[in-house]
Design a protein around this ligand. Structure first.
Ligand SMILES: C[S@@+](CC[C@H](N)C(=O)[O-])C[C@H]1O[C@@H](n2cnc3c(N)ncnc32)[C@H](O)[C@@H]1O
Length: 412
């Protein structure tokens, strides 16, 4: 408009103009500037007004005195003078949060929409000394966190248990002949952790089991009760199929069972006994959400909590960012009794994995130092952290993980 003053616009021009102008207009600086504090010219209440993209020539600045129809809602009336309807829907304080949220959601949509698989970025919120602003900022952060978690949950709707198992645990991938392979390493870490003598009790909970069982094949010999959990019904159904042993299962876990038997000093033929033991001790398969402060339904665990938690590739695969990963560690810690153990397996530096044909799940890339810091912040004492680096010729095409960590920790 500035470049071609007086030129005629047609109805075909706005989409192109908006396409060029909007990404430039929705910058962090502009979003902050939109919420300048000004007095409402009619009611005098000092409030934040949204000044649409001032400094840019696409949107005109919306002055708060611009009359607008404003559907009256009880929660919107708090700051107004009695009988007065603020002429600007943008000027009264009760509307601030809604508007900020709208701005934030727009920005998030743009970030997330650019790349279907990129994770939503946490929004930077302007520092402010006044209390109301601090509260608003906190609420915005919370809302941003909720949005990130909701976006992750949406990604998981395409999770395909059969494809996931094929990508990660089929004989071609989990090659037990290769001593430097990931699966022998993981199973050895679990075997050692469960047989050192300090991990004991009655109840073992596996957090985010997915459609997988290898992570409880050592623990099932130590604990008389094993609870499997996952966020998705398709995964819980896959586990039930294995449990029922009626042939509906997508995965043959025999090579894993045989390998763990060998680690325990038994012949690999003992795998049938191990399978029977596992089926005997699995007490239930239930829904879990690690992003909920109460991840399991109330009546699922005894009041003392579980004696041990095992969790493999769940937290970093379910979290939009490091803060959510740390919070999730804290949430699952509430399931554990004080002095109980956490055995945590996770990827290092992974940014995505494939959970089905065309289902690319963005993950939070964590490093060992961040895992240690998150554990400490969430009330665990680290016993040890071990790292596995994927040999170049064993890199999978279904994810970009260069390594895996194994943690043994204890709840303080
Ligand atoms: C990479 S898979 C790991 C599965 C399995 N533990 C394994 O080692 O193969 C990640 C798992 O996290 C689960 N998940 C996703 N969001 C979750 C949430 N909010 N709470 C708990 N689990 C979640 C998924 O359903 C999926 O089974």
């Amino acid at each position: 408009m500035k470049a071609h003053p007086g030129a005629t616009m047609t109805i075909y021009d706005p989409p192109g103009t908006v396409k060029r102008a909007l990404p430039r207009a929705v910058s962090p600086a502009n979003i902050q500037a939109w919420f300048s504090i000004i007095p409402c010219h009619t009611c005098g209440v000092r409030a934040r007004a949204i000044l649409l993209c001032h400094g840019h020539n696409f949107f005109s600045r919306v002055h708060p005195s611009t009359p607008r129809s404003w559907p009256e809602k009880a929660e919107d009336k708090g700051q107004e003078k009695k009988g007065h309807r603020c002429p600007s829907r943008f000027s009264c304080a009760k509307n601030n949060w809604r508007l900020k949220k709208a701005g934030l959601q727009l920005k998030e949509k743009m970030n997330f929409g650019n790349n279907k698989n990129s994770k939503p970025k946490k929004q930077k919120i302007p520092d402010s000394s006044d209390d109301e602003s601090d509260q608003d900022n906190r609420r915005m952060e919370e809302q941003g966190a909720e949005n990130g978690v909701a976006d992750m949950a949406a990604c998981y709707q395409g999770f395909d248990p059969g494809a996931y198992l094929q990508n990660n645990y089929s004989p071609a991938i989990a090659d037990f002949e290769r001593k430097d392979g990931l699966e022998p390493w993981k199973l050895a870490c679990l075997h050692r952790a469960f047989t050192e003598g300090d991990v004991r009790g009655e109840l073992l909970v596996d957090v985010g089991s997915g459609p997988s069982l290898y992570q409880v094949m050592s623990g099932c010999e130590v604990f008389n009760k094993v609870l499997l959990t996952d966020f998705l019904e398709v995964n819980r159904q896959e586990l039930r199929s294995w449990l029922q042993d009626e042939g509906g299962c997508s995965m043959d876990w025999t090579p894993f069972l045989q390998h763990v038997c060998k680690l325990e000093g038994r012949p690999s033929s003992a795998w049938t006994e191990k399978a029977a033991r596992l089926r005997q001790v699995i007490v239930d398969i239930v829904h879990i959400d690690v992003h909920s402060p109460q991840p399991l339904a109330l009546d699922v665990l005894p009041s003392a909590g579980a004696d041990c938690l095992v969790s493999a590739y769940c937290l970093e695969s379910a979290s939009p960012d490091l803060a959510a990963f740390t919070r999730a560690l804290g949430h699952i810690g509430r399931l554990l009794r004080p002095g109980g153990h956490l055995l945590l397996i996770g990827t290092l530096g992974m940014t995505y994995y494939m959970a089905g044909p065309g289902v690319k799940i963005p993950t939070v890339p964590v490093n060992a130092a961040q895992v240690c810091a998150s554990l400490k912040e969430s009330g665990y004492t680290l016993i040890r952290l071990e790292v596995y680096r994927v040999p170049q010729d064993m890199m999978l095409c279904s994810d970009d993980s260069p390594g895996t960590f194994f943690v043994k920790a204890i709840k303080e």
